[in-house]
Write a protein that binds this ligand. Structure first.
Ligand code: XIL
Length: 374
């Protein structure tokens, strides 16, 4: 039987309508979700605390799985938690973390193998290079092996640099010497050749520190160690760093042939004591009214400023999406943010995209609007 003209017309009308509907549907899912809006550009991640990992609040779990397609453990994989005593590993919560990522089909990041802060106390007492080498090898081998094929990328070394680009006088440098970095990367790659390995730090938008990180990457490459990417933490402010500095950072690292990620993004709207930038977690200052101007709510004018800043930054990220692997926010919503207690304890900051009631802020809309036309 031959199809009649009117049947063909009806058929093509149904096809057009349904493809139109698909478009509308994909636009509306993108509108309601960061991960869908930025699909194909880069992963959109968040940092999880222990309550979120243990799925204590279903509303929070829903928000995380709807909005994000990558996770980072905010604290629970730091050495003081994973190996609190020599050779006594505790993988209870990190197993739940990895299971969370698998269940929600997420890109799972590990943070962090070698860091001078939140270091297991026994590690900080190591005095000689042989014991330090033994500790580094054992810690990295055990942890990377445990999650081989499950964790997709690791911060192998975190914050090894001073602000002037020289190496920080950490217990690792003081005992092992500067090659502790190469040792760490080679050890991780020897255990899992597929997992992506990152160097992670803050203030890499500052020229001297960035140059230090460039040298660090070059040195790893010269020594034959595999490094896949650099994570710029991105603990930023409304005015600093400038877009030019951020762009330079993206360009300088990608010129070395490594991926760039923004691994701990948050934008403080609060005054910064003594012009402090960055995230050296040992720095603390006293609280007072001037330093905590929005204890109850953030005025609309500030919401708008924050939204504009996020919009500018994401426009730049999109311009360089071919170089950026992942953008991870340091927390799900404002109440979780570590900035409420850093660098001054007990303030109220508003650095993320979701507010205290888990509602999207203007900053959220400003990022989504770059991908979804009204
Ligand atoms: C922070 C956590 O968010 C806090 O809960 C904790 O008290 C201190 O560490 N750079 C890093 C992160 O690499 O691990 C830090 O996370 C923030 C600075």
């Amino acid at each position: 039987m031959k199809p009649t003209k009117s049947f063909l017309f009806l058929f093509s009308a149904v096809i057009t309508l349904s493809s139109c509907n698909n478009k509308i549907n994909s636009q509306s899912t993108a509108k309601n979700s960061l991960k869908n809006a930025y699909k194909g550009d880069f992963y959109i991640g968040t940092a999880l605390d222990i309550n979120q990992i243990e799925e204590k609040d279903p509303k929070v779990t829903n928000l995380i799985s709807k909005q994000f397609n990558s996770i980072t453990p905010e604290n629970i994989m730091k050495s003081m938690f994973l190996q609190p005593e020599e050779n006594k590993f505790d993988f209870d919560v990190s197993d739940k973390y990895v299971a969370f990522g698998q269940k929600h089909k997420m890109f799972i990041h590990g943070h962090t193998l070698v860091w001078h802060s939140q270091l297991a106390p026994w590690m900080s007492k190591i005095k000689d290079s042989t014991s330090m080498a033994k500790m580094l090898t054992n810690h990295i081998t055990t942890v990377v092996k445990k999650y081989k094929g499950k964790i997709d990328s690791w911060d192998v070394v975190n914050e090894a640099l001073n602000e002037d680009g020289t190496l920080r006088k950490s217990v690792f440098l003081n005992t092992y010497g500067k090659n502790f970095i190469t040792h760490a990367f080679k050890t991780a790659a020897a255990i899992d050749s597929k997992v992506e390995l990152y160097y992670n730090d803050y203030n890499l938008c500052n020229a001297k520190k960035r140059q230090g990180a460039v040298e660090l990457v070059k040195n790893l490459q010269k020594n034959g160690a595999k490094i896949d990417g650099v994570g710029e933490q991105g603990h930023w402010h409304l005015e600093t760093p400038t877009l030019e500095e951020i762009e330079k950072t993206i360009l300088d690292f990608s010129a070395l042939g490594v991926k760039v990620s923004f691994s701990e993004l948050d934008i403080s709207v609060l005054p910064s004591p003594y012009g402090l930038q960055g995230a050296e977690i040992s720095q603390r200052f006293a609280n007072n009214e001037k330093m905590n101007p929005y204890p109850k709510t953030l005025p609309d004018s500030m919401q708008v400023k924050l939204a504009q800043r996020y919009n500018d930054i994401f426009k730049l990220f999109l311009k360089h999406k071919d170089k950026i692997s992942r953008v991870t926010f340091w927390g799900v919503n404002d109440t979780q943010s570590w900035l409420n207690d850093f660098p001054i304890k007990g303030r109220t900051d508003y650095p993320l995209l979701f507010d205290a009631n888990l509602q999207p802020k203007k900053a959220y809309e400003s990022i989504i609007s770059l991908k979804v036309k009204k």
